[in-house]
Design a protein around this ligand. Structure first.
Ligand SMILES: *[C@@H]1O[C@H](CO)[C@@H](O)[C@H](O)[C@H]1NC(C)=O
Ligand SMILES: *[C@@H]1O[C@H](CO)[C@@H](O)[C@H](O)[C@H]1NC(C)=O
Ligand SMILES: *[C@@H]1O[C@H](CO)[C@@H](O)[C@H](O)[C@H]1NC(C)=O
Ligand SMILES: *[C@@H]1O[C@H](CO)[C@@H](O)[C@H](O)[C@H]1NC(C)=O
Ligand SMILES: *[C@@H]1O[C@H](CO)[C@@H](O)[C@H](O)[C@H]1NC(C)=O
Length: 265
């Protein structure tokens, strides 16, 4: 079955499109169930290609399906084929189902685009080193997504394109203003030549987004800072010298004065 991205998004976020019709439930140990599903598969946002799909099932067995692009029923076993042959003879019914491609799928899609997808806000994503590795201590990397809506989001760490699941800690927060943020921390021992990135999946994106680890900020301000510190130490050293000299002078003057007093007595 072809799963276009948009179709996938719809199925993830919209159970509403997945009309579940329970036909019968018999109670035995686990029960049996027959059901029919209705799905709309959109290949792209322009809605040129839409498949209206109806499936007919008993327990986990799909025995028949209607696909509007095919235009008729298809049976998957003897019973399904028998039933499909009968229904496929009814051209009026087939046309009614085909019309649902527009009446049901396209019409709803326009509503869903405007009421769900377009009401999403893209996250601002940063992938940073918060602690560099030292000795046997691993580096700590942080993938953060800020100010997005809606809440559902997936962050995945990738090492040379492969998913990393161990040593990952994730924290989700609500900003309190309808927006959300999420922080995923990875403890990791760096190896040279290894490419670490963070994959983000969110309703506001048409596709999964991949963000590379940002280069560590070069501490160009550091020597400058050091100069400032040196200057500050120098100034305070000078100040201390002045204070000591003045104190010394006062002390010298007082003792001399006392000495003179002593001489007088
Ligand atoms: C419906 O049929 C068309 C044509 O055979 C096919 O390309 C498409 O993948 C089918 N859709 C689904 C969801 O199976
Ligand atoms: C379908 O219709 C044709 C002709 O109208 C008929 O010969 C055939 O028996 C029908 N098939 C079924 C399964 O009803
Ligand atoms: C790192 O991997 C990601 C995902 O596999 C890729 O998009 C990116 O271009 C790679 N970056 C480098 C610098 O190789
Ligand atoms: C990460 O987890 C693995 C086990 O899944 C462990 O061997 C490793 O030491 C952990 N730490 C780092 C920093 O990779
Ligand atoms: C998604 O794709 C459509 C057209 O294909 C484009 O107009 C829109 O800006 C894209 N949205 C995002 C969030 O990339």
């Amino acid at each position: 079955m072809e799963h276009c991205l948009l179709g996938k998004m719809f199925r993830q976020s919209l159970l509403g499109l997945h009309l579940l019709v329970l036909i019968s439930v018999f109670s035995e140990t686990d029960g049996y169930y027959g059901y029919r599903t209705t799905e709309c598969h959109f290949r792209s946002r322009n809605l040129i290609h839409v498949d209206y799909i109806r499936t007919y099932n008993f327990n986990k067995f799909e025995y028949m399906r209607f696909n509007s692009t095919v235009g008729e029923f298809e049976g998957f076993n003897l019973f399904g084929q028998f039933y499909a042959d009968i229904l496929n003879n009814d051209t009026v019914y087939l046309q009614q189902l085909k019309d649902l491609e527009n009446r049901y799928c396209r019409n709803n899609a326009i509503i869903f685009f405007s009421s769900l997808l377009e009401k999403s806000v893209q996250p601002e994503v940063h992938v940073r080193t918060v602690k560099t590795a030292s000795g046997t201590n691993p580096a700590v990397l942080m993938c953060s997504a800020y100010d997005f809506y809606p809440k559902q989001i997936t962050l995945t760490w990738l090492k040379d394109g492969e998913e990393v699941t161990s040593n990952v800690t994730t924290t989700e927060l609500a900003n309190g203003d309808w927006y959300y943020q999420i922080h995923s921390q990875l403890e990791y021992i760096p190896k040279s030549g290894e490419n670490i990135s963070c994959m983000v999946e969110h309703a506001s994106f048409n596709e999964t987004m991949i963000y590379d680890l940002e280069p560590e900020p070069k501490l160009e301000s550091k020597p400058e800072l050091l100069e400032t510190v040196k200057f500050a130490v120098g100034v305070s050293g000078f100040g201390l010298g002045v204070i000591l000299a003045v104190t010394g002078l006062i002390y010298y003057k007082t003792t001399r004065a006392t000495g003179m007093v002593e001489v007088v007595t």
